[in-house]
Ligand binder design. Structure first.
Ligand code: ZN
Length: 332
């Protein structure tokens, strides 16, 4: 078995991925959290304890691998992930990438682009973090995280998309994306495929933010997969109700697209900086936003509607394995 998947504890074979949650965050902060050191701050020891509890809960449902989709500019911490993984035995895959222009920290690479060629620098950063390691940690990133704005992939964001497509052609690393408020899914897929990326290794994320089946079909027709990866988020960041997402999900499975669907929650288990206190109504809507909701509720509901064990296995095990599978370099 060729060990081709970079986890925070080292490379593993695709066969070892097992049941996978493809988009979660052990810890996440909006850029700026690290300036709020006096009244906010981060207790990394507490974050470790929470991370261990979360990984154990997922493991109790048979989860073998969790992909942490935290961008570099939102508090990504590979050493935290490594420690959680070592203490629980759950594989964790760390990302490399920057968040979308509106909520990320675009100023750095915008400045780099004035004095240099930022796209080339981003390409080199991706390559280095995937093949040698992140900073001095020796921990390698295993996926590239990409993100676009509402109704637009900005010029800033396109630098990351083009660099990522190039790195994927060379290394095979899977690409997972953030779409904002149910927009730009098809455009992301078409852009990446036009740049020569392999659609079978691309997950267009947060597609459950849009309940229009036509929107999903446009992505699926490119060969890319769709992420119903915000299960449990309702009425926040533009997400529809889970009951509405489920109708679309079931429709796509029944139409035979189960080889191109992945499920996850996009949980934020620790907020870096001050933890949010949700208004009462929103707290109620978000009560299922946790690491086992897909297993407690979504999968049982799918089975009730006739989805088979084999189809669930396809979605939770085989599709992630395909995205990370053995890759042959594409010369362009
Ligand atoms: Zn996310």
């Amino acid at each position: 078995m060729e060990k081709v998947v970079n986890t925070v504890r080292g490379p593993i074979a695709t066969e070892e991925l097992g049941k996978t949650l493809i988009h979660e965050h052990f810890a996440f902060g909006y850029p700026g959290f690290d300036g709020d050191v006096t009244l906010g701050g981060v207790d990394w020891e507490a974050a470790l304890q929470t991370g261990i509890e979360v990984a154990e809960k997922a493991k109790a449902h048979g989860v073998k691998t969790i992909v942490d989709a935290t961008p570099n500019d939102c508090g990504r911490n590979p050493e935290l992930l490594k420690e959680i993984s070592e203490r629980t035995g759950v594989n964790i895959v760390c990302s490399t990438g920057y968040y979308y222009e509106g909520e990320g920290a675009p100023n750095y690479f915008k400045f780099r682009n004035v004095v240099s060629d930022a796209e080339q620098e981003i390409y080199e950063m991706f390559i280095r973090e995937i093949t040698e390691g992140i900073g001095k940690t020796g921990i390698k990133a295993g996926v590239i995280k990409l993100a676009s704005s509402k109704n637009e992939i900005t010029d800033y964001e396109k630098m990351f998309f083009r660099a990522a497509a190039k790195v994927q052609r060379e290394t095979g690393v899977p690409l997972i994306t953030h779409t904002q408020e149910g927009t730009m899914g098809p455009e992301q897929a078409e852009f990446l495929v036009a740049e020569g990326a392999d659609p079978s290794r691309i997950l267009i994320g947060h597609m459950d933010g849009n309940t229009d089946v036509g929107y999903h079909i446009r992505v699926l027709q490119t060969g890319c997969s769709v992420g119903f990866d915000r299960m449990g988020i309702q009425g926040f960041v533009g997400m529809p109700m889970d009951s509405e997402k489920l109708v679309v999900l079931l429709g796509l499975i029944n139409a035979g697209y189960e080889e191109q669907i992945l499920l996850s929650h996009d949980t934020v288990n620790v907020w870096l900086g001050r933890p949010p206190v949700w208004p009462e109504q929103l707290a109620k809507l978000l009560e299922n936003w946790h690491i086992t909701y897909v297993f407690d509720t979504i999968i049982p509901q799918l089975k009730e509607k006739g989805v088979t064990e084999e189809q669930i296995d396809q979605i939770m095990v085989k599709n992630p394995a395909r995205m990370f599978g053995v890759h042959t370099k594409v010369e362009v």
